[in-house]
Write a protein that binds this ligand. Structure first.
Ligand code: UT7
Length: 324
């Protein structure tokens, strides 16, 4: 018998205000056509003044708890993936914990930027596997709009705000690929690629927050290579191929990357969950937002086999194989 992290709840939250490409192009030298063709984005949601990452995380976390049918007091651990914390400290996870009414549980942030949700899922899964937690709330929440240079058209059109969450709970399985839950996680980082994608500030360097800087083409090329490698690593762990997977739920950075991955991994584009058109790139929030959308659309069903994958600043990247 093996302890598995079964997914018992899923939820998400988007700020009310949606900003279209057309609206952005009124004050910026860009166009709806360029943004759609190069990235697949049609609109993004932007947090309201006074609406913080913790508020988004609380809403998504509560939705996931409601979906699971459990109360916050049953949560042993909250792991939040974010690169846009409310404050330098305390962790935004601790603010979310207070907001949800889960006092006494462990709570901390994980910083792996756009790969953050995969990292947080791996942390949560490993806490469950070694019996240090039974019920874990894993959240990805971001207010990327707060760290964008709104005059830099090469970055500001790409990102959005939002949050998504999963509730994981320990369950006993046979340790086989047919078990429901998180079957494996695979994490990597190459810190030498720092300059491809970073924020030019922080508490220890400038004392300021900074804004996103990206060499988009470089990141694009590395993403296709690294994501293919890690997906193949994940498949080979279980003797799977792309054809065995029901859905790929990728980090939503670029529609062309997602389509390229589907081709390389030998499964049809129709098996890719795509939300970048509606949400843009919400960094650590994009995978749980896509999972929740996929469920609400009736696409992702209990028992389906999913490949989750993401790459972000660091560079960090990772994948997970999940039986929903
Ligand atoms: O989430 C973390 C991981 N991130 C990613 O995986 C992102 C990976 N990169 C990408 O998604 C793509 O590289 C971008 C969408 C960022 C850019 O697409 P691209 O096809 O690589 O375009 P580019 O950066 O090579 O720029 C092409 C042209 C340039 O003009 P010139 O030099 O050819 O005259 C840019 O100045 O497009 C110009 N450009 C724009 N034009 C209109 C750049 N941004 C814009 C814009 N509107 N917003």
């Amino acid at each position: 018998m093996t302890i598995r992290s079964q997914i018992i709840g899923c939820g998400s939250y988007l700020p009310a205000r949606a900003v279209t490409n057309e609206e952005l192009s009124r004050n910026l030298d860009t166009s709806d056509q360029w943004i759609r063709e190069r990235s697949g984005i049609e609109k993004r949601h932007i947090a309201a003044e006074g609406e913080f990452t913790s508020h988004l995380g609380i809403a998504a976390g509560q939705a996931a708890l409601d979906d699971a049918g459990i109360g916050a007091s049953e949560v042993d651990l909250i792991v939040l993936a974010t690169s846009t914390p409310d404050e330098t400290f305390p962790s935004t996870a601790s603010c979310i914990q207070a907001g949800l009414g889960a006092a006494g549980s462990a709570a901390f942030d994980v910083q792996a930027v756009c790969a953050g949700f995969i990292y947080a899922l791996a942390v949560a899964d490993n806490f469950i596997r070694c019996s240090q937690a039974c019920t874990v709330l894993v959240i990805g929440a971001e207010t990327l709009s707060r760290i964008l240079d709104w005059n830099d058209r090469s970055t500001c059109v790409l990102f959005g705000d939002g949050a998504g969450a999963l509730v994981l709970q320990a369950s006993k399985g046979l340790g086989e690929v047919n078990d429901r839950g998180v079957l494996s996680t695979h994490l990597h980082c190459d810190g030498r690629d720092h300059d491809c994608l970073y924020v030019d500030g922080g508490p220890s360097s400038t004392g300021m927050v900074g804004v996103v800087k990206m060499q988009g083409k470089e990141v694009f090329k590395k993403a296709v290579v690294r994501l293919t490698e890690v997906a193949e690593e994940a498949f080979s762990t279980h003797g799977l191929s792309g054809r065995d997977v029901d859905w790929m739920v990728p980090h939503q950075a670029n529609l062309r990357i997602m389509k390229g991955m589907a081709k390389k991994l030998d499964f049809g584009e129709e098996k890719v969950i795509v939300t970048i058109d509606q949400h843009a790139n919400t960094s650590a929030a994009s995978i749980p937002l896509a999972l929740d959308w996929g469920c609400s659309e009736g696409k992702i069903q209990p028992g389906h086999l999913l490949l989750l994958e993401a790459l972000g600043s660091g560079l960090t990247w990772g994948a997970a194989i999940v039986r929903w």
